[in-house]
Write a protein that binds this ligand. Structure first.
Ligand SMILES: [Zn+2]
Length: 414
């Protein structure tokens, strides 16, 4: 998304000194976005909200809310009065003072849906059963806004909100667009609270067909911040070798810090205390690997924040012989019966329930104390209609501590 800007010295009349003011100058080809917004391919993709619209988000929210680690809030509204949803992910029972806050927002520019895919993978990993997820849930608070520009998404705009304004570069405006006001308000509130934001990621995608962070040069920040950026980007990059570019790939702010971006807001208000960066995924046919990118980001965040606990290198539970596991039911799609398997490393309370797409409970397949080892449950859906169902599996320790939660999607086809 980054725009090239130039610095001009403005000598203000009535003032003894001149001030430096950043002005932006847009180049014909922006570093983020889609190559040709006039093509038929682009138009048809736009009509489908690039494959992920506001309803898609609401369906995912309806699924994520089942996790014991999730809280969902509407923190404000867009120009057309769509809720701006914020997801908070953290484990219960850890003192607030020990937690570090990570902020992520995506979909500022509606056509950059790849930023959404990475963000959603981050959420899925954080809600899963991996060691990495457990460590991060215990030591951090993740606050994530998956769709910052829902109006633009629904209106099939490539970059703007309903007022036709690019809310990526509206941060110096007073009062600014409603979406910008909401985000600034949330940031201000967090930064003055118990758990200020320490890492803030702004998720985009670029026609460059590379994955990279927009690095801020020391001349626009500080030598210390540049060193921290190199540490952060280097850590993330090390967990996806060859997938994410080094910090030298895209260097910005070489002439000073602009005022118009979210990262500008963090820099001018909080300097080195917030690692605020834009991430650009691939916006091209070769895009993909979102799970690898999401894993690398989370692992890099864990390293950067020096969070405690052993973390193995795999995002999946299979790497942990003692892990809780809940497999996809088989067969799926099914008619009329399907089999669920789950595994417990030690005695625990396990619950397996099936819901329909409206969240109504359809069946209780397991509930209460279960012994260590593998368990198998068969569900017969005779009498139910064809469609999508959700199986929610939750494990709680004997002492009542939430340990694991996963939701599988089932398709009954008659
Ligand atoms: Zn963008």
């Amino acid at each position: 998304m980054k725009i090239i800007y130039v610095f001009v010295l403005l000598a203000l009349s009535g003032q003894a000194t001149s001030i430096v003011q950043a002005q932006e100058m847009r180049l014909p080809q922006d570093p983020c976005g889609y190559p040709d917004t006039t093509s038929n391919e682009y138009r048809s993709a736009a009509l489908l909200n690039w494959g992920y619209g506001y309803d898609s988000l609401k369906a995912d929210l309806a699924r994520w809310i089942w996790s014991p680690y999730v809280q969902i809030d509407s923190v404000g509204a867009s120009v057309q009065n769509r809720a701006l949803y914020m997801i908070t992910i953290q484990a219960d029972g850890i003192p607030a003072l020990q937690r570090k806050r990570v902020w992520i927002h995506a979909r500022t520019h509606p056509n950059e849906v790849q930023g959404t895919w990475v963000t959603n993978q981050i959420i899925e990993i954080l809600l899963g059963g991996s060691d990495l997820a457990r460590v991060l849930r215990d030591s951090c608070i993740f606050t994530i806004m998956p769709m910052y520009n829902p109006d633009g998404v629904e209106l099939s705009f490539p970059r703007e909100n309903a007022n036709g304004v690019d809310i990526e570069s509206n941060w110096a405006a007073i009062p600014g667009e409603p979406e910008v006001q909401v985000l600034r308000g949330v940031f201000t509130q967090f930064m003055s609270g118990t758990n200020p934001i320490e890492v803030a990621l702004n998720m985009h995608s670029a026609l460059a067909c590379r994955r990279y962070f927009v690095y801020h040069d020391a001349s626009g920040t500080s030598p210390l911040f540049a060193a921290l950026e190199q540490e952060f980007i280097g850590a993330v990059q090390s967990y996806f070798p060859g997938g994410i570019e080094p910090y030298t790939y895209f260097v910005s702010w070489t002439g000073g810090a602009p005022t118009v971006y979210p990262e500008s807001w963090f820099w001018y208000n909080h300097q080195e205390s917030v690692m605020a960066l834009t991430y650009e995924d691939k916006n091209c046919a070769a895009a993909g690997g979102y799970d690898s990118t999401a894993f690398a980001m989370l692992r890099g965040i864990a390293d950067y924040l020096h969070v405690a606990g052993p973390i193995t290198s795999s995002p999946e539970t299979s790497a942990f012989p003692d892990a809780i596991a809940f497999a996809q039911n088989f067969p799926n799609p099914f008619n009329p019966s399907t089999t669920f398997t789950f595994k417990l490393p030690h005695n625990a309370l396990a619950s397996l329930k099936v819901y329909d797409i409206l969240g109504r409970q359809m069946a209780v397949l397991a509930e209460g104390g279960h012994s260590a080892g593998p368990h198998t449950v068969v569900w017969n859906a005779l009498g139910l209609s064809s469609g999508i169902y959700f199986a929610r599996f939750v494990v709680t320790s004997i002492e009542g501590r939430p340990m694991y939660s996963k939701i599988n999607r089932l398709v009954l086809m008659k």
